[in-house]
Design a protein around this ligand. Structure first.
Ligand code: AMP
Ligand code: MN
Ligand code: MN
Ligand code: MN
Length: 290
């Protein structure tokens, strides 16, 4: 197992634990190097870092940025970012700014099919109202008895072709990679396997084009081992990493106890031939010490 978890969420975005609670849980479960990667917001990093120091863990500043590439929503994780870098902070502010209006439209769409009161209900789950998103809607729809769990909400509502879906324009891929790299961070394509399932999913040709574009923009790594991937997908994306000369990352994508496919914690080993993304910063640290 790898004692690195480089993708997880706190209640600063759509997780259920506070940053400190998340770090505590990660430490208990054997993580030695943790990145907090909340969606489009860096406000949890300070609290998480302070908690990580208390546990003797290495903490990596992270973020997961929502991107629109062609007609697809993809997520880019930034690792080792500097939250004080103005283009990154301002870029994320602009990404967040559309969420309130989008939420209002989502609730209007649901009201049309007779599901009322969703906007207010969803905001009750959003600790950080600036980051209102589909997961908060999903939790409320479960509470109100429309679905048995969050996962089934995303098969019946809130996704393309289903009630409550509202198209949205997120950040551009090139801007996102520039914000991350400009701040000193590494840009990682998050859970690529997720883009190849469901409605409007990418085929292999489009995945190749996305990866080529990502590399051209300065992207350096992809998630190979992810809570969103099957073991077959670990192997598949290890092959893409080799083909595109990308480094490999791993992370649970944990959102909360009982809600995620995989708990925060140690991750399965990479397939043979993968170069771990942490070589980038561990090599930097080693050469500085020389
Ligand atoms: P948003 O950024 O508001 O569009 O919300 C996206 C979030 O919804 C993701 O980060 C996941 O936490 C959640 N989500 C999307 N699809 C699913 C799914 N099929 N099952 C569970 N959660 C999902
Ligand atoms: Mn999420
Ligand atoms: Mn994601
Ligand atoms: Mn995530």
């Amino acid at each position: 197992m790898l004692d690195y978890d480089l993708h997880c969420h706190s209640n600063i975005s759509d997780g259920t634990l506070t940053p400190a609670e998340l770090v505590h849980r990660a430490a208990e479960r054997g993580v030695k190097v943790l990145a907090l990667t909340d969606h489009d917001d860096m406000d949890g990093l300070e609290e998480a870092r302070a908690a990580a120091i208390q546990h003797g863990m290495t903490f990596i500043n992270g973020v997961e940025i929502s991107v629109t590439w062609r007609t697809h929503t993809v997520h880019i994780v930034g690792l080792g970012i500097d939250p004080a870098y103005p283009p990154l902070a301002e870029g994320l502010r602009s990404v967040r700014s559309g969420r309130g209006e989008r939420a209002r439209k989502m609730s209007e769409e649901l009201a049309k099919i007779g599901i009322g009161g969703v906007l207010q209900g969803a905001y009750q789950y959003a600790e950080n109202p600036n980051m209102i998103g589909r997961t908060h809607f999903a939790r409320y729809l479960v509470e109100a008895g429309h679905c048995k769990d969050v996962k089934s909400v995303f098969s019946r509502y809130l996704v393309k072709g289903k009630p409550g879906y509202v198209p949205h324009q997120w950040a551009a891929l090139a801007d996102t990679v520039n914000w991350v790299r400009g701040s000193g961070g590494v840009a990682v394509l998050a859970h690529p396997g997720r883009y190849m399932v469901g409605r409007n999913s990418m085929g292999k040709k489009t995945m190749h084009e996305l990866l080529a574009d990502f590399v051209k923009c300065g992207g350096q790594a992809i998630e190979v081992v992810s809570g969103s991937h099957t073991p077959e997908q670990y192997a598949e994306f290890a092959r893409y990493a080799a083909e595109f000369n990308l480094m490999c990352s791993c992370g649970s994508d944990f959102h909360g106890p009982g809600e995620s496919y995989r708990d925060v914690g140690k991750m399965p080993d990479f397939p043979l031939g993968c170069t771990p993304v942490w070589q980038l910063w561990e090599h930097d640290a080693a050469s500085k010490a020389d």
